[in-house]
Write a protein that binds this ligand. Structure first.
Ligand code: FAD
Length: 340
């Protein structure tokens, strides 16, 4: 285990911004996790676990502690029957590599999650998902280092309390567990409709009536390539803002002016609406501000156009929030987590 000093975080974050990590260590096995925590404890350092850095931001001050860079590899078949295969996957494996492999094996369950950046270890954190699939649907369990008890524990699906883009890891257990590996079960054979509307529309447009995991993957890649910027070319973190939750009355009043606005019921009194729609209607789609840019095909995505400092991002974010507030009297908020 080699602990390095003063490492540029922007090289590890897909937004390509942020200062330095005081210390950084690659995690390749269970022992590394334990030793890194011991080192942090001995030196009074706070710890942050980093996977692919596609859902994480750092300020220009960087991180005054130890960043554990998750690199644990390995995919193992641990059970198989007529209908399914169960895999144990190291937290540092790249999610899209696993999706690709599963499709090649003619397995269904995660093919609609093609092209989502990041590691499998981060997938349970926000119950990562797209186009009608999320990790909770195939999830069996995970093994993690519990920093409270200093021991490895197995957490079941119930323990993780998955919900839409959420789990205990983003909530009550924030910072408590280091996920070492994830176990998922995938089904043999073809996926069956109904598919997510945008996927089905594209399949229909392309005249496809036979559905295989491979075809769904290709279709999703086609949609995503059109809709989302490639972080390698245009640094970004995917959806930058959370979708807005508003009152029933507010939705009704907005729909008077914008009958096309859809609301998705959250509870009796509240509805979720698209923040991308709000930003678009506020005239900001494709707009450049403070060296950042609102993506011209998906207003929920904020691109680092040519910013070199987190300050530019913060200014752009605050200006977008204010413009949306002035137009709709709705306060939108950031989805992407910051190192702290
Ligand atoms: C272009 C683009 C498109 C995207 N599309 C989607 C999408 O369709 N759906 C979606 O859900 N997300 C999407 N995202 C967001 C992102 O890909 C996911 O959140 C992904 O799971 C992040 O993985 P990561 O390894 O990069 O996580 P990181 O950013 O490195 O970490 C994210 C969080 O997980 C924690 N974490 C990471 N690894 C571990 C571990 N082993 N143990 C404990 N905690 C850990 C970190 O501490 C941090 O809090 C997109 C991002 C981009 C840039």
């Amino acid at each position: 285990m080699e602990i390095k000093n003063n490492i540029n975080l922007k090289d590890h974050l897909t937004m390509r911004l942020g200062g330095q990590a005081k210390y950084m260590v690659e995690i390749n096995c269970k022992e590394d996790i334990k030793n890194a925590y011991q080192y942090a404890e001995d030196h009074g350092l706070k710890v942050f676990i980093l996977g692919g850095g596609s859902n994480t931001l750092a300020t220009d001050k960087g991180f005054d502690g130890l960043v554990m860079l998750m690199k644990i590899k390995g995919t193992e078949v641990i059970a198989e029957d007529e209908d399914s295969i169960t895999f144990k996957i190291g937290a540092g494996e790249i999610l899209d590599d696993i999706v690709k492999k599963s499709v090649e094996m003619h397995l269904t369950g995660i093919e609609a999650m093609s092209m989502i950046p990041g590691t499998i270890g981060a997938a349970p954190v926000q119950n990562v998902g797209a186009y009608g699939q999320d990790i909770s649907q195939t999830f069996v369990s995970l093994e993690a280092y519990d920093t409270n008890t200093k021991s490895f524990v197995t957490l079941s699906k119930d323990d993780c309390q998955f919900s839409y883009r959420h789990s205990i890891f983003r909530g009550s257990a924030w910072g408590r567990y280091v996920i070492h590996h994830v176990t998922i079960t995938l089904k043999k054979g073809n996926p069956t409709p109904p598919f997510y509307k945008q996927v089905q529309d594209t399949l229909t447009q392309d005249g496809i009536t036979e559905y295989t995991p491979d075809i769904i993957r290709e279709t999703v890649i086609k949609i995503r390539t059109h809709k989302l910027p490639d972080p390698e070319i245009n640094p970004n973190c995917g959806s930058f803002f959370k979708n807005a939750i508003i009152s029933k009355e507010k939705l009704a009043s907005l729909q008077k002016d914008y009958p096309e606005l859809k609301g998705f019921k959250v509870d009796e009194d509240h509805y979720k609406i698209s923040t991308g729609w709000l930003i678009d209607k506020a005239g900001l789609k494709g707009h450049k501000l403070h060296q950042m840019k609102v993506h011209d095909r998906n207003a929920l995505v904020l691109i680092n156009d040519c910013a070199t400092s987190y300050e530019s991002l913060a200014e752009a974010r605050d200006e977008i929030i204010q413009i949306v507030k002035d137009k709709f009297d709705i306060t939108i908020s950031q989805e992407v987590l910051e190192m702290s």
